[in-house]
Design a protein around this ligand. Structure first.
Ligand code: NAD
Length: 553
């Protein structure tokens, strides 16, 4: 009956309200968030169990999905479920403060870690791609990346312009699950924004969810709209249907240089993500099925061409950066020798935040009631009255973000702040001020949870970019600290072979057990960012670490 009501393929619905379907909130929470990842408003392609980020899935196949649901409905607090690349493979004996679900997705022994080998295993039904929050059940729709994108654009504006992007033209491509946050983040910073995507359905989804203002198939019309907005200092976002490379080529020809230029096409996956230049979506799908090797060749060449235009525009003055999709790597493989001439966004804009233990803290209201998020927003404004940046963000988000699936919120909080917020949320549940418990999690893209040399750990001060002991230590701390579910993935963001990262979600159900777990997990998790960056030689991390008594003398 549960499957019939909440998980009738391909229409998945997270249960809401205060009634339990599972035996406790500890299993009800992952069950709701699992289904939330797949619900129509959240997932990019629920019929293939794909949540976002190219082919990032929540479960390996329908059979695995049904079994995960069945086990979560029956699991007690002395057992935990093991999930291997989206398939439930065992239940182990644990205890009430242990994680209820432990997930490992897409991990391969390093010498075998290529897309080709992964794909072979995937085709044989042995693996799935977990991306970051798809396979770890804490994706909250495009809002999840919205604040990170906003922080990045705002930091770019502070470094290169007068603190905002008013009167500036920002050009990017890829309006998918994550990339679709760019138009709203750009207009929040005041920009005139052009977002290119080959797939009109993706842009339409951003129109429907209020992330983008206007859409057109005409290059001339798009340019006219954004140039007028730039002139008038108006914030406006325009989605243009087209190939990213083609549009940039045309802009160069027409002498139009963006002030800021980046890209979020799903370049991390040259076969199942990026669409080669000159192909329709149908032609691309047919070639992918008939000749994946030729597809990849075309894809790499197209990325080389695309990145070359980005380099040409950078030479004309556009502030250009890689936005975490590994496009420089694949462009280089496709023949663009100088692809790495523009920086990645982490060293350029995000690392100083990581040094303070700041990262994409997020929470979701299991009640399904948007009012619960309002209550948490207000509680945070009261708890951090001195933090103007946070308050501005919460107010903007309240006004402009349309919820997808279970109502949720994201904001970047640092060392000390995350624990404080978590305890506040748990108390709100205990005092009956919220209609049901809250889950608190984060992206794997965080200060101390990821090794990704072309992205989060690019150009570390001590050259330790590829050391992946750190995410493993993060996983161990969160497992023993008592996160409610934990995950370790490979290949998120930048693709197979290029990253390893850990995730966690902790439940605030108003109990003392939850408070104990929250105090450990939300202390240890950002502390990992301090340890990591202090060890690599970043002075801010040492300073913040000393303030919080974290530095081993
Ligand atoms: P997605 O698959 O949902 O969307 C990608 C979009 O790119 C699709 O809409 C597709 O139509 C479009 N596209 C593909 N080839 C194109 C081309 N040649 N020209 C124009 N459009 C093209 O992926 P997503 O979730 O939006 O993620 C995008 C990328 O960003 C991925 O590589 C992902 O790993 C990366 N990412 C970055 C961050 C970050 O913080 N910077 C976070 C998560 C993901």
């Amino acid at each position: 009956a549960f499957l019939e009501k909440y998980a009738k393929h391909p229409h998945y619905i997270p249960p809401t309200g205060n009634e339990l379907n599972a035996k406790s909130w500890q299993t009800e929470a992952p069950l709701r968030m699992f289904l939330n990842n797949l619900c129509d408003e959240v997932a990019e392609d629920p019929s293939n169990l794909v949540v976002y980020g190219g082919t990032g899935q929540a479960a390996r196949d329908r059979e695995s999905l049904e079994k995960i649901i069945k086990i979560l409905l029956e699991l007690d607090e002395n057992h935990s479920l093991l999930v291997q690349s989206g398939k439930p493979v065992g239940v182990v004996r644990t205890h009430p403060e242990a994680p209820r679900v432990m997930i490992a997705n897409s991990n391969l022994v390093p010498a075998w870690a290529t897309w080709e080998h992964f794909q072979e295993l995937k085709e044989r039904g042995l693996m799935m791609y977990g991306q970051m929050t798809a396979g770890s059940w804490i994706y909250i729709g495009t809002q999840g990346i919205l604040q990170g994108t906003y922080e990045t654009f705002a930091s770019c504006a502070r470094q290169h312009f007068d603190g905002d992007l008013k009167g500036k033209l920002l050009v990017t491509a890829g309006m998918g699950g994550m990339g679709g946050a760019q138009p709203l983040a750009a207009t929040m910073c005041g920009a005139a924004m052009l977002g290119i995507d080959v797939d009109p359905a993706r842009i339409q989804k951003r129109i429907d969810t209020k992330y983008i203002d206007k859409m057109t198939h005409s290059y001339e019309e798009a340019i006219e709209w954004v140039m007028e907005a730039k002139e008038n200092g108006e914030a406006l976002s325009v989605g243009l249907v087209g190939d990213a490379g083609d549009v940039l080529e045309r802009m160069i020809k027409d002498g139009i240089t963006p002030d800021v230029l980046t890209d979020q096409t799903s370049a991390h996956d040259p076969v199942y993500g990026y669409i080669p230049n000159g192909m329709t979506l149908e032609e691309a799908a047919a070639l992918r099925a008939s000749d994946a090797v030729l597809y990849k060749e075309k894809s790499l060449k197209s990325m080389a061409r695309h990145v070359q235009f980005m380099l040409d525009l950078e030479a004309k003055g556009a502030v250009t950066f890689d936005y975490g999709n590994n496009i420089r790597e694949f462009a280089k493989q496709g023949g663009c020798e100088n692809a790495y001439n523009f920086p990645g966004f982490t060293p350029a804009y995000i690392r100083p935040l990581f040094c303070e233990g700041k990262g994409p803290f997020r929470w979701a209201a299991l009640s399904g009631d948007p009012q619960d998020i309002k209550v948490t927003d207000e509680a945070l404004k009261e708890a951090f009255p001195e933090n103007d940046h946070l308050i501005k963000w919460l107010e903007e988000a309240d006004e402009k973000v349309a919820f997808q699936g279970l109502p949720s919120r994201i904001c970047w909080l640092g060392m000390g702040e995350r624990e404080k917020a978590g305890v506040i949320f748990n108390n709100l549940v205990k005092e009956g001020k919220l209609k049901a418990p809250i889950v608190i999690g984060r992206d794997h893209l965080d200060c101390g949870s990821v090794a990704s040399p072309n992205r989060e750990t690019e150009s570390m001060l001590d050259g330790s970019d590829a050391v992946s002991d750190w995410p493993l230590l993060n996983l161990m701390s969160n497992a023993t600290g008592g996160a409610t579910w934990i995950s370790f993935h490979h290949g998120g963001g930048v693709g197979i072979g290029f990253s390893q990262h850990a995730g966690m979600v902790v439940l605030a159900d108003g109990t003392e057990r939850a408070e104990n777990c929250i105090k450990r997990v939300l202390h240890n998790d950002p502390a990992m960012g301090i340890f990591r960056h202090h060890d690599a030689g970043y002075d801010i991390a040492t300073k913040v670490g000393e303030d919080h008594d974290l530095i081993i003398k």
